[in-house]
Design a protein around this ligand. Sequence first.
Ligand code: GLC
Length: 645
Amino acid sequence: MDKSRNVFETRFDRHLDELKWLYIELYGNDAMFAELCDTMRCFYEERNEDLKILDLEREAQPNWYKKNDMLGMMFYIDNFAGTLKGVESKLDYLEKSNVNYIHLMPFLDTVEGRSDGGYAVADFRRVQKELGTMEDLEHLTAACHEKKINVCMDFVMNHTSEDHEWAKKARQGDKEYQNRYFFFDDFTVPEIYENTVPQVFPTTAPGNFTWLPDAQKHVMTTFYPYQWDLNYRNPRVFNEMMYNFLFLANKGIDIIRIDAVPYIWKELYTSCRNLPQVHTIVRMMRMIGEIVCPAILLLGEVVMEPEKVVPYFGTVEKPECHMLYNVTTMATTWHTVATRDVRLLKQQLDIVNRLPKTYVFLNYLRCHDDIGWGLDYGTLMQEGIGERSHKQYLNDYFQGYTGASNSRGELYNADPLTGDARFCGTTASMCGIEKAVCELAVSGTDRDGTEAETIVGNGDAGCAQALERAIRLDVMLHAYMFMQSGIPVIYSGDEIGQLNDYSYKENPHKAADSRYIHRGAMDWKAAGQVDDVTTVPGKIFNQLDRVEKIRKNERVFMADADTWTIDTWDKSVLCIGRYYKGEKIIGLFNFSEYDKTAWINETDGTYTDMISGRPMQASGVNIPAYGFYYLKKENEPGGDSDETL
Ligand code: GLC
C-alpha cells in the first residue's frame, strides 16, 4: 500500500463507523454506501498533489481559519472582472484591499432568465461559458493559493435548475429521474404541504409547487418555479450530489457554501425546514470532506433565528459546518442604524459572545441577498414595539421615507397578506451616500461620487456635510463589524462606497428581482481613485484599510479572544471589549448623527486611540456623530502576557 493510500485509509477508518451508521440509518442501502466509499477513494486519487499537501497542512492546524487575518470579499465574476481569467488579473487589487478570501458567487452553468443569480444550476460540472472553463477555475484557485487567498463557492444542493439533465429526463416522463425530485399527479399531497410550508418568495414566486403542463405533473419548487427541489430520500441524489461536491473541491475550492441548507429534507405536516435529517446529511458531508479533502471548510447558509442557526455547528465530537452566517446580528445592525438605539444589538452581541469560542461566524453588513427583518420581537414587544409596525418602519426608513433617514433602496418580496417585506440596497446607499451624492450633483448626472467631490468645492456646504456624515456612518459600521468575533466579509464595491444600481430594471430577466439593485458591476473607474483621499472611494477605502490592517496585526482580534459588551449609558453608543493574552481593546461606536459621550469607566490603565495614535482615557469618552474609537490598553512596562482581566 503506498503512502498516500495510507493517508486516505487512516482518514476513512476514523470516520467509517459513524458514516456508515448514519448512511444506513437514513437509506438502509449497503450497495449505495459501498458505491459512495469507492467513489470517495477515486476522488481522493484524482486530487492533485498541491491540494493534498494543503490537506495535510490544514489537518495539522485545524484552527488555521480562526485567526485575525481573514477578510472576505464576495462578488459575481462577471460584475467584478468579466471572467475567471479577469478575476485572476485582479488579484493585486484584492490584496491591496487586504482580502484573503474570495467568494465567487454562483458561476456554474445556468440558463439566462431562469437562473436566480446562478442559484439554478443546470450542470454542476460546467462553468457558465461566458465566464470561462473548469480549467480557468483550477488556474485561478492555484493562483489564489500562491497568494494565500482562499476561494469560496456555492454548492446549491437543495435544488437543480429545470434545465439540468435530470430535470429534463424527469419532465419527459422517466420515473427514475422523477424520483430524484418531488413529482405529484394531482394537488392532493402538495396541498397538505402547502398547509405547513411557508413561502420563500411570496411575491416573485408564490407557492411551493409548479404545474408542468407537458408532463401533467406538479413538481416541488420551494424557490423559483424553475428550481426543482431535490429529493434526498433517494440515496442516488445524495451520492451524486456528494460526487459533485468532491468534483468541485478537487478544483481547488477552499470553502464550500452550502446554499439553503435548512431546506434540504422534506416531510409532510412539517415546515420542511431544519429537520433532523438535514443534520445527518450535513454531518455526513463533513465526514466525506474530512476523508477526501480535509482542506475544505463548510460554510452553512442558514438565514434563520439564532437558535436555529447554531445547531448547524454540530457538537465538538460530531461537528457539522465550520462556519455560519451571523445573520441576526446583521439585521439587528440595520435596526440600530434606523433607531439609533443599540440596546437590541447589545443583547444580540451578548448572545453570540456567550456561545463557545470554537464557533466561527461570518460577519457582514449585507450580501447579495435582501435583508430580512428577523429581529428579536419578543424583546422589542417589551418596549411596546410590534413586529408588523416595526418592519413597516424599517422599510419606510431605509427607503428614505422618514425624516431622519438618508437611506436609499427598495423593498423585496413585499407580501400583501402578511404585510412583510425585506430590503435591498448597498451599504453606501443605505448609509446615505447615494442621497448626498445625488443632491450634490445638482445636474444629477453622475452617481459615482467623483463628480460630487468636484462640486463640493462649489458650494452646497449642507450637502457636503451630509456626504461626510454618510461616509462616517459607512466606515463606523465596518469598524464595528470588524470588532465582532469571526470573519468579516465585504460585498465587492462596498470598499469604495458603491451605490445602488438601478439598471436591472431595464433587463427583463432581472426587473422583477430587486436584489439586483445591490449586485451592480464593479466600478473600476471609482476603484482607480482609491489612492486619492479627496474622493469618496478614496476616503472609504483608506479608512477601511486602516482598520483592516489594525485587525490583521492585533492579536485581540483572534477568533477565540474574549469578547463582551460594556454599558455606555448612552442609548446610541455601543461598546465592545476584546481581550487576548494580556492585550485588551475597547471599541466605541456612535450610531447617532449627534456627538455623544460614552459613560464608560475603564480605569485599568491608559489607552491609545489606534487610529490617531493619541493616548486617551477610556472613561467619559466623547465620540463625534457616527464616529468610532478603537482604544488599546497600554501594557505596563514589563507587563503581563497572560494575565486575567
Ligand atoms: C440562497 C441564496 C439566494 C437564492 C436561494 C435559492 O438563499 O443566497 O440568492 O435565491 O438560495 O437558491
